[in-house]
Write a protein that binds this ligand. Structure first.
Ligand code: AMP
Ligand code: ZN
Ligand code: MN
Length: 866
């Protein structure tokens, strides 16, 4: 070991010295190189292997990646770009095939023989597919090339069976790789990988190959809590084989592969079956040692298996950003400024930053046009060098780049060399500002007399580019910032458009008593109700007002309910925003639906209009307070969604509250869904996975569709809006027009429904303002609603609301409920400091009112007051 280390050190030092000598020589050579810009692009003479590919699934345009669509799949309700084998993988997650974890049969020698099969023709690939179709298991690894390609491509796939090692030349066979799709997606064949996270995505990206049934030895390491998870570690500790992982970074486009590279590549797949076999034995053993019940003995194996197949569910996405090169530019600027806190003059910063952004945008576009990595086009340190030196001649530009990249033999890149003029113009600010540079450059390169060849990689860039950039209304200054603001504003506008009330909520029609005193403001429908029954006469046309022809019970102001005789503005009570608003329920419905009928009546007092921003603030505060309530009363809170009657029967409606982990807060749910819908395809996959988990938890762990996300968004919306949306989609929650006439005597304009629905009749779905529709006992035990409509969103905090209200009533009677309401009003006011609450609105609003004979709220009629 010690000797080994010394040798390694010596080699390192020697290589460093050699490298330095080479760099200096190279630098001198480059300095002598003429830097006048060539008239034509290097791609006319430099033939890169990928230009022979005919079928490109992930091109270099800014548009998203399209996943394989299975023709056989009959389900039309699946979203367009979902995992084509989601069902199969989910089935494996639910029913792992433990009996099949015999990775080796009969005689097996660890030795790697001299012979292997090089697969480079379609015929050979067909043979391989036939061979693999007969296997129960095979091992896989892939090698990528990423420097001279924008998205990278798979240059080699290594496949090993117990008998043979195959090296598949995926450059030669790029367009024929679909031949291997069936074996990879066959759930009866287990594919062993090590650290498959990237491999599964690469296989999707290049070949629409999806892995179903996988055992990942890195995941097994995780479950076994091995000290290391690298393949090199396993090779050494399990097989006693040393491997030089530095070869990983070789240029895998090279043909023929060197002997060393072949050996390395084979090693990466050859031993995997043996390693997997050992590890499953270990996992089983651990299960037996650890478990008390015999059924548990596979739990470690199960877990490794589950984690492996989770990887298969990952979907490849192209990274997107608000503006080309934006992310790279921001991180470069951030890193640079952090490194130079002390001196750099502020005046220089603005210019420096602008140049960094322009160069990053240019580099991004050039990389896409030429199918190169951005780091190949222009390295980060070269961007910094150019932006800080701001060279004024082409020669100076070339020298700055060469000097910044002394260590890299591919710099200055062919792109820089043949497009030096662009860089010159950018540094001289001759191309204009950021937002005009890109269309200009694209036109220069790929336009009618463009300098660069059009390829399968950049063609759709040309087609899609205009739509990507012409939407922008960004003024010249701070284009990227404006663009960001612009996109944020657009998505907010969309949100508002989708969910806010479409018409004024308050019609502010008036009802007078027959003595001329104002009874209330209300909506048009309520007026019509009285008019059509001859119970009132019209006294004013505009704004509409009627006078009742009978003697109503009581007068609002006599009861201290001034609130009801105030006209109400159609604005956000929080900030006064008048262009959009949605209804917000101050008392969360999960409690209110369980109030005695006559205490529910004051909905117009406790339902207000809020703009989306205030809505979010109020909603968040309410969610926090619910948690406090849960703690205070010792009645836990959770939401979960039950999908349909079948699932509902299986799903327990625990009332014990042990199920915190089976639920998710509505706020989390909504923000996760929102983020996924808005940015899902451009966020890092780890973040996406995290958010998906939140939403999945809500959906009982099953996989989710875009439609699910949209539904999750509605959590926190007003029930009225939600119903409207559901109606639009053809899903009706319940009978809307029941006999509500009994409500006629409740004199108030009720924002939640905007109509004359009595609360009693809407109780079942009266549930959204607080983000927590109910899952009440009837629904839970009887499945009544599930059977009525399987698509119904039945979610809530379980029995929390009901139990809290029952407790309040039992301990303190109705006063307890009134106090509880006051607490919620206070939470609302404290969170929002609303400046536009209607006159008469009051935290201590008593809710004591008289009810007409016909009113459902009439306590003498329905509920006996305690
Ligand atoms: P492996 O999983 O070790 O077979 O690596 C597969 C491919 O991932 C390689 O061909 C490389 O293109 C890429 N890769 C993995 N790790 C690195 C690394 N540390 N540096 C550069 N490329 C890497
Ligand atoms: Zn070019
Ligand atoms: Mn490898």
């Amino acid at each position: 070991m010690v000797v080994n280390e010394k040798v390694k050190l010596a080699i390192t030092v020697a290589s460093l010295v050699a490298a330095t000598v080479l760099f200096v020589a190279e630098y001198r050579r480059r300095r002598r190189k003429p830097t006048s810009s060539p008239s034509s692009c290097y791609l006319h003479s430099d033939k890169k292997p990928q230009f022979g590919f005919k079928r490109i699934l992930a091109d270099n345009s800014y548009s998203g990646f399209k996943h394989l669509k299975k023709v056989s799949s009959s389900s039309t309700d699946k979203p367009s770009n979902c995992h084509p084998y989601e069902t199969e993988i989910t089935a494996l997650l639910e029913n792992p095939r433990l009996d099949e974890f015999e990775f080796l049969r009969g005689e097996y020698s660890l030795e790697m023989s001299e012979s292997y099969v090089w697969v480079e023709t379609e015929f050979e690939l067909e043979k391989l597919a036939e061979t693999l179709a007969k296997q129960k298991v095979f091992a896989v690894d892939t090698e990528q090339h990423s420097l001279r390609s924008f998205l990278g491509f798979t240059a080699l796939i290594q496949i090993s069976t117990q008998e043979e090692d195959f090296l598949v030349d995926t450059i030669a066979l790029h367009d024929a790789m679909s031949i291997l799709r069936p074996v990879f997606s066959n759930p009866d064949i287990c594919k062993v990988f090590h650290g498959a996270d990237n491999d599964v995505l690469w296989l999707q990206r290049d070949f629409h190959i999806y892995v179903v049934n996988m055992f990942d030895t890195a995941k097994a390491c995780e479950v076994l809590a091995k000290p290391q998870r690298s393949l090199a570690y396993l090779l050494e500790s399990v097989c006693g084989v040393a491997t030089n992982k530095l070869l990983q970074r070789e240029d895998w486009r090279q043909r023929p592969l060197s002997e060393e590279m072949v050996r390395y590549a084979r090693t990466d797949a050859h031993y995997l079956l043996y390693i997997a076999n050992n590890m499953t034995a270990e996992l089983r053993q651990l299960g037996i040692e650890d478990s008390s019940s015999p059924d548990d003995k596979f739990s470690f194996l199960l877990e490794a298996c589950r984690r492996s197949n989770m990887i298969c569910l990952q979907l490849y996405t192209k990274e997107t950003e608000d503006f080309p090169g934006n992310a790279a530019a921001s991180s470069l600027i951030y890193r640079h400024l952090n490194g130079h806190e002390d001196n750099s003059s502020i005046s220089l910063d603005a210019k420096f930053q602008e140049l960094v952004r322009e160069l990053c945008a240019w580099r991004d576009l050039m990389a896409r046009i030429h199918d190169e990595s951005t780091r190949y086009v222009l390295s980060d340190q070269a961007v910094i060098a150019l932006a800080s030196k701001q060279p004024s001649t082409s020669e100076e530009i070339y020298d700055s780049v060469a000097q910044a990249d002394l260590a890299s033999e591919s710099s200055p890149s062919a792109v820089i060399c043949s497009h030096l003029d662009d860089v010159y113009q950018i540094t001289q600010h001759k191309l204009g500002k950021l937002d005009v540079i890109l269309p200009l450059v694209l036109d220069k390169c790929l336009g009618t007399d463009g300098t660069c060849p059009i390829s399968v990689f950049n063609y759709s860039l040309l087609v899609n580019f205009n739509t990507k950039l012409t939407h922008r209304s960004a003024p010249k200054k701070n284009a990227h910032k404006n663009l960001k603001r612009f996109t944020r504003k657009t998505s907010r506008d969309l949100f508002v458009k989708k969910f806010s009330c479409k018409a004024p909520v308050y019609h502010n029609c008036r009802i007078y008593a027959n003595d001329g005193r104002l009874l209330c403001y209300c909506d048009r429908r309520k007026l019509e109700w009285y008019m059509s029954r001859g119970l009132a006469k019209l006294v004013e046309e505009d704004p509409l007002a009627i006078m009742l022809l009978f003697e109503p019970k009581g007068r609002p102001e006599d009861e201290g309910n001034d609130f009801y005789i105030q006209s109400k503005k159609n604005i956000c009570v929080g900030c006064g925003e008048g262009n959009h608003y949605l209804r917000y329920r101050i008392i969360p419905s999960c409690y209110r639906v369980h109030f005695p009928e006559h205490l529910k009546s004051h909905r117009s007092h406790d339902i207000v209009l809020l703009c989306v921003d205030c809505h979010e603030v109020a909603h968040a505060a309410a969610e926090r307070y619910k948690k406090e309530v849960a703690t205070e009363f010792g009645i836990p809170l959770f939401v979960r969604r039950v999908m349909d009657s079948k699932e509902a029967q299986g799903a327990e409606c625990e009332s014990t509250g042990e199920s915190e982990d089976a639920g998710v807060s509505p706020l989390h749910l909504r923000t996760a869904a929102m983020a996924l819908l808005r940015h899902g395809n451009r966020m890092p996959s780890s973040r996406r996975e995290e958010l998906l988990q939140t939403v999945k938890m809500y959906y009982g762990g099953r996989d989710i569709t875009e439609e699910d996300l949209e539904k999750a968004l509605l959590i926190g919306m007003s029930p009225h809006e939600r119903r409207k949306l559901e109606r639009k989609k053809g899903v009706s929650l319940k009978q809307e027009n029941g006999t509500n006439d009994a409500d006629a005597n409740s004199f108030e304009e009720a924002p939640p429904e905007g109509d004359m629905n009595g609360e009693s009749s809407v109780a079942g779905d009266d549930s959204g303002g607080d983000g927590a529709p109910e899952l009440n006992d009837t629904q839970c035990n009887g499945n009544i609603l599930h059977q009525q409509n399987s698509k119904l969103s039945l979610l809530g905090h379980g029995p929390h609301g009901k139990q809290v209200v029952e407790y309040l009533l039992k301990e303190y009677g109705e006063d307890g409920v009134r106090d509880f309401c006051q607490r919620w009003r206070k939470v609302f006011v404290d969170a929002l400091h609303p400046r536009h609450l209607p006159g008469g609105w009051d935290v201590t609003h008593s809710g004591r009112r008289d009810f007409g004979e016909f009113s459902v709220y009439n306590p003498t009629k329905k509920v006996s007051t305690g």
